[in-house]
Design a protein around this ligand. Structure first.
Ligand SMILES: *Cc1c(COP(=O)(O)O)cnc(C)c1O
Length: 373
């Protein structure tokens, strides 16, 4: 029996995808990068397709290859592929590539010519985020892509971009990016490109901005049942989403300590009274952030027990209190519970000054994923 595990509720994943797709006429792309946001790449991808997603999206080429090697034949886009990547595998495994620059286009087309396979690409335009995508190179990029398509050396499947502030639904920058996107698509069409698929929306825009859905919405965090931003959009409950991941670890030991005991490395916390502590068998090497404060903790013996002291590499201490019914060997829930209200990924994010995305994606490879429903 594992000392820690992440329980992945694939039924909840299916519920979330259906709920998100019921709000749009666009097709759905399930974003499964970073091991399915820490939830497990292949099981998440397979269930997402069963739930109605038609496409899969990864950051890395290796992630896309792992999906093909698992026998998945649905269209896949990989969007973070440095020009030194193995484009031969891209073409042989029929993986769509995001193209953010002329350099990328020339590299993949060269490989395509050598193999006699025209690359399937999605031209990426920078509409204001200043991260991926072509900005000043856009016209040269679409001009060259058009030329290559006409000679049969390239298949332009899509044009796409990414929002920087979709989790602030009322921010005018979203309108600005949308207008830029429409203008850049028009330029591409004038250059002779006729893409089948336009895509711009992430989870937040899928939930809040119909006019940005186009042909395909890219579903990430919301598919996993978490809010893109609890402050601006409300939590999972408010958005009618079901968190997919529960996280639990065993209590290694339970013991009584006197008032005034300092706890953990650096003695950063001290017990205020005689109390009972428990050691949870999970630490920062597993993805529990070292800087989590005592507003996070575990649910054990039907009650919340806050972190006391610093999180260590493989373990951390919680204060369970004198009258706790918890024993060594019991499960302590870091995220979720068997029923009732436990801590959430949002609570952990707040306790660490980060976002729920980082909490779930950091859960490390020492923690087995167990799939249910
Ligand atoms: C990660 C990612 C998404 C999903 O974003 P969420 O905020 O999790 O919905 C969509 N598109 C691209 C290009 C991404 O990198």
């Amino acid at each position: 029996m594992a000392r820690a595990e992440a329980i992945i509720d694939l039924g909840a994943l299916e519920f979330n995808i259906k709920r998100l797709l019921s709000n749009t006429k666009a097709e759905g792309l399930a974003v499964v990068k970073a091991d399915g946001y820490g939830h497990g790449l292949v099981p998440v991808a397979e269930r997402a397709l069963k739930a109605g997603a038609k496409w899969l999206g990864t950051a890395l080429l290796d992630e896309a290859i792992a999906l093909r090697d698992a026998g998945i034949t649905a269209p896949i886009i990989a969007w973070l592929t440095p020009v030194s990547d193995d484009f031969e595998s891209v073409l042989k495994k029929k993986i769509d590539l995001a193209i953010p620059s002329l350099g990328h286009l020339e590299a993949v087309v060269k490989t395509g010519e050598a193999l006699g396979i025209p690359p399937r690409v999605h031209l990426e335009v920078d509409t204001g985020m200043s991260r991926g995508g072509a900005l000043k190179e856009w016209i040269p990029l679409v001009t060259r892509a058009s030329e290559l398509s006409k000679s049969g050396g390239l298949e332009v499947i899509g044009i796409w971009s990414h929002f920087a502030r979709a989790d602030e639904p009322n921010h005018s920058f979203n309108d600005e990016q949308l207008r830029n996107f429409q203008a850049r698509v028009l330029e591409a069409k004038e250059a002779g490109i006729s893409p089948k698929i336009l895509h711009l929306s992430n989870s937040a825009a899928t939930l809040t901005n119909d006019s940005s859905h186009f042909d395909l919405v890219r579903l990430g965090i919301a598919m996993y049942g978490l809010s893109p931003d609890v402050n601006t959009m409300g939590d999972s409950k408010a958005l009618d989403l079901k968190p997919v991941m529960k996280l639990r670890a065993k209590l290694h030991i339970v013991k009584d300590v006197p008032a005034g005991s300092q706890v953990g490395y650096g003695g950063t916390a001290t017990t205020k009274s005689d109390t009972k502590l428990a050691v949870v068998a999970m630490g920062y090497a597993d993805g529990v952030p070292r800087n989590a404060n005592s507003t996070a903790g575990v649910l054990v013996g039907n009650r919340k027990a806050p972190i006391i002291g610093r999180v260590s590499m493989d373990q951390f201490v919680v204060e369970i209190g004198n009258d706790s019914i918890a024993h060594a060997g019991d499960w302590a829930y870091l995220i979720g519970s068997e029923g009732g209200d436990g801590y959430t990924a949002d609570a952990w994010a707040k306790a660490c000054g980060t976002i729920n995305y980082e909490i779930v994606t950091r859960i490390g490879p020492r923690v087995p994923r167990v799939f249910t429903n």
